[in-house]
Design a protein. Structure first.
Length: 103
């Protein structure tokens, strides 16, 4: 019984450590990519800090690395059109519904 428990604890520890190491490698790769982009864009000071925060946050992908989907582009266009028309409240909601459902 003690041997099984010891084996279980050992295996769990190895799996946890392996998963942690993989996550750490992924974070290091993300940091390297973000640093390279910031350097390429010649960002310094607050601009670099803001870029790095955005780049390393959830998803961590910049707009250059991850293009917008068709739905995201449509949403952006419809949103810009509604803003240009000065729509607010229920009028904006109705416009957005119509705009987003149009093919």
């Amino acid at each position: 019984m003690k041997i099984r428990m010891l084996l279980l604890v050992s295996v769990t520890g190895v799996l946890f450590t392996t998963g942690y190491a993989a996550a750490e490698d992924a974070q290091q790769a993300k940091m390297k990519t973000c640093n390279a982009e910031a350097k390429q864009k010649a960002l310094k000071g607050a601009d670099r800090e803001s870029f790095m925060k955005t780049c390393l946050s959830a998803g961590g992908e910049t707009t250059a690395a991850k293009p917008m989907t068709a739905q995201q582009m449509k949403m952006k266009t419809c949103n810009a059109d509604a803003t240009a028309k000065g729509l607010k409240g229920t009028d904006r909601k109705a416009f957005m519904k119509t705009c987003l459902s149009a093919k």
